[in-house]
Design a protein around this ligand. Structure first.
Ligand code: 5AD
Ligand code: SF4
Length: 524
C-alpha cells in the first residue's frame, strides 16, 4: 500500500464541522448537539469495542520503507520552534523522538519554553484517569496562549486521541486545538500540519486500520547514551482493565533484520544501553507466518552485538518461555534485571483480569527464572482495588510480593477505563479501602527495596553515568545493571561511560558512592 492508499484509508480526515453538518450549518459550534458528533463517528471512526477488537487479526500487517517528507513540506518549519510534552510510558517517549525527528527534518527547532513555541504537541496517555485529567488541564492552560498567538498550532496525539469520548470532548469543548491524530498516524504528521496551518477547520485523523509498520521514520533520540528500540507494536492480550489493545492496535512485530540493523547502528554510534520496547515483548514474532523466530531468538541475536547493556520492557508472564530464560541466562550484555508485571497475587483476581495465569503459574515461572539466573533482580507492576477485590485476595498480593522478593514495583489503584470489560463491573471496594491497600502495599515494597539496597553497602558496582545529579552539579548520577540509581563523586569526563563506583551509603531508592577508578570498564 502506498502513501496515497494509506491516506485514503485514513478514517478521519479534516473535520469541517461548520460545513459537514449541513442541518446545523448555521449554528455556532457550542450549540451543536452530541448526536451530530455521534453521527460523524458512525461513518468515520470506530470507538473502542472489545468484542470487535478481539476479532482482529485477519488483516495483513504491511511493512513500509517509503516514508518521505514531500518537497513542499520540507521547509515548512524553517525559523519555527516546536515543543512536545510527553505523558505516559516509554512507548510514548519513543514516539516523541520520532515526531521530533520528523519535525526537525521539516526545519523546526526544538524548544522547552512554552511561550517560544510555534507548535505544541501533547503526546498523551490513556492508561489511567489521572493521566487524562492532567492532559485536559494542560489543554485548558494553553487556551490563553492560543488567543494571544493565533498562529500557534496546538495538537493532541498519543493514546487519548484513539478514544472516541476524548476526540468528541476536544471537538466540542476545545476548539482552540488545531490538530488531533492517533498513534497510527505519526508518519502523516507533515501532511496533517500543513492542513492545520492552511486549513480553517480542526484537523482530526485517527486511523482505525490497526496499524502497519512504518520503518524508515527519522528520530531525534534523547541523548547519546541510552536508546529505545521498538521491537513490536500493539497488544492482543486484552486484560480486562486495560485500554491499550484498543489504543495501540493489534500485536505486530518488526522484522528481525530491521531491529538488528537499528541496534548495530546504535552500537556503531557509541550508545551504551538499549531497551527493546513493546507492550508485551514476549509475544514478539507470534504474528510471523513465514519464519519461526520469537523473542528468545531475537535476544540471542542482539546478545552478539557489541553494545554493553541490553534491557527489555515490558514482559507478560504468559509468553515468557523456556527458550527465553535459557538465552537470558547466557548473560553478557543481557542484564539480569527482569521487569515482570504480575498485577495481582490472587488467582481469582487474575482470572477476572484475563491474565491467563494463576498465582501458582507465576511462582513456577519465577522459580525457573531464579534457577537459571541465580542473581536475578525482579521488579513488577501491581494493581490494587480491582472491582470487588476482597481483603483476603489483597493479602495474597502482599504474600506474593514477599515470596518473590520484588525489589521494587509500580503500584496503582485500579482506574476504570471506558470501553474495557472491567469498567462495566459493579465495585464494592470503597475508595478509602483502595487507598489503604495501596498504602500497605507500598509500605511492603519500600521495605523490600531498602533491604535489597543494603546488600550494596561497601560493594563496587558498574554505573552507566548519565549526567550530573539534578540537585548538585558536583555529583554524577547513573544506573547499575540492576537499574539502581547511584549518585557519586567523579569527574565529568566519565559521563556516557560505565565506571566502577564504591557504595558508601544505601538508601531506600538510591545509592551514594565514590568512583574507584577513572578508567571506563568493559562490561562484556
Ligand atoms: N488501572 C490501573 N492501572 C492500570 N494499568 C493498566 N491499566 C490500568 C488501569 N485501568 C497498569 C498495569 C500495567 C501498567 C503499565 O499500568 O499495572 O502493567
Ligand atoms: Fe494492557 Fe499489558 Fe495487558 Fe496488554 S498485556 S492488555 S498492555 S496490561
Amino acid at each position: 500500500m502506498n502513501e496515497q492508499q494509506r491516506k485514503e484509508q485514513a478514517q478521519i480526515k479534516q473535520v469541517d464541522v461548520a460545513t459537514d453538518q449541513k442541518s446545523d450549518k448555521e449554528k455556532p459550534l457550542h450549540e451543536k448537539t452530541t448526536a451530530d458528533f455521534a453521527k460523524y463517528f458512525e461513518t468515520t471512526y470506530k470507538p473502542p469495542n472489545i468484542n470487535k477488537a478481539r476479532k482482529r487479526g485477519r488483516e495483513k500487517v504491511e511493512v513500509h520503507y517509503d516514508f518521505d517528507i514531500p518537497e513542499d513540506m520540507r521547509h515548512i518549519g524553517s525559523g519555527k520552534k516546536f515543543l512536545i510534552r510527553t505523558y505516559g510510558c516509554q512507548m510514548n517517549e519513543h514516539d516523541t523522538e520520532v515526531m521530533a525527528g520528523i519535525l526537525t527534518e521539516m526545519g523546526y527547532e526544538a524548544t522547552s519554553v512554552t511561550e517560544e513555541a510555534d507548535l505544541i504537541l501533547l503526546n498523551t496517555c490513556a492508561i489511567r484517569e489521572n493521566a487524562e485529567n492532567k492532559v485536559f488541564g494542560e489543554i485548558g492552560h494553553l487556551k490563553p496562549l492560543k488567543t494571544e498567538k493565533p498562529d500557534l498550532i496546538l495538537g493532541v496525539c498519543g493514546c487519548m486521541s484513539q478514544q472516541e469520548t476524548v476526540v468528541n470532548r476536544i471537538m466540542k469543548k476545545h476548539q482552540h486545538i488545531d490538530l488531533i491524530f492517533g498513534t497510527h498516524n505519526i508518519h502523516r504528521l507533515p501532511h496533517l500540519l500543513k492542513e492545520a496551518m492552511f486549513g480553517k477547520a480542526q484537523v482530526v485523523e485517527v486511523w482505525s486500520k490497526e496499524g502497519d509498520i512504518i520503518e524508515n521514520l527519522p528520530k531525534v533520540r534523547h541523548g547519546k547514551i541510552k536508546a529505545w528500540v521498538n521491537i513490536m507494536y500493539g497488544c492482543d492480550k486484552f486484560c480486562t482493565y486495560c485500554i491499550v489493545p484498543m489504543t495501540r492496535g493489534k500485536e505486530r512485530s518488526r522484522r528481525p533484520e530491521d531491529i538488528i540493523q537499528e541496534v548495530r547502528q546504535l552500537a556503531a554510534e557509541g550508545y551504551q544501553e538499549i531497551t527493546l520496547l513493546g507492550q508485551n515483548v514476549n509475544a514478539y514474532g507470534k504474528d510471523f507466518d513465514d519464519i519461526d523466530y520469537r523473542f528468545g531468538d531475537l535476544m540471542d541475536d542482539v546478545r552478539k552485538i557489541d553494545i554493553p547493556r541490553v534491557r527489555f520492557t515490558t514482559s507478560h508472564p504468559r509468553d515468557f518461555d523456556d527458550h527465553l530464560i535459557e538465552v537470558l541466562a547466557k548473560g553478557g550484555n543481557l542484564l539480569d534485571h527482569i521487569h515482570l508485571p504480575v498485577q495481582s497475587g490472587s488467582s481469582e483476581v487474575l482470572r477476572k483480569m484475563n491474565r491467563k495465569y494463576t498465582r501458582e503459574d507465576f511462582l513456577e515461572l519465577v522459580r525457573k527464572i531464579k534457577a537459571a539466573i541465580p542473581n536475578v533482580t525482579l521488579t513488577t507492576d501491581i494493581i490494587v482495588g480491582f472491582p470487588n477485590e476482597t481483603e483476603e485476595q489483597f493479602q495474597e498480593t502482599l504474600s506474593l510480593v514477599e515470596e518473590v522478593g520484588f525489589e521494587s514495583a509500580y503500584t496503582f489503584i485500579y482506574s476504570p477505563r471506558e470501553g474495557t470489560p472491567a469498567a462495566r463491573k459493579k465495585d464494592d471496594v470503597t475508595e478509602e479501602e483502595k487507598k489503604d491497600r495501596l498504602y500497605r502495599l507500598n509500605h511492603l515494597v519500600n521495605q523490600q527495596s531498602r533491604e535489597a539496597m543494603k546488600k550494596y553497602q561497601g560493594q563496587i558496582v558498574n554505573v552507566l553515568v548519565e549526567g550530573e545529579s539534578k540537585k548538585d552539579p558536583d555529583i554524577l548520577a547513573g544506573y547499575t545493571e540492576k537499574s539502581k540509581l547511584v549518585n557519586f563523586k567523579g569527574p565529568k569526563e566519565v559521563i556516557g561511560q560505565i565506571v566502577p563506583v564504591k557504595i558508601t551509603e544505601a538508601k531506600t531508592w538510591s545509592l551514594d558512592g565514590v568512583m574507584v577508578e577513572e578508567k571506563s570498564l568493559e562490561v562484556n
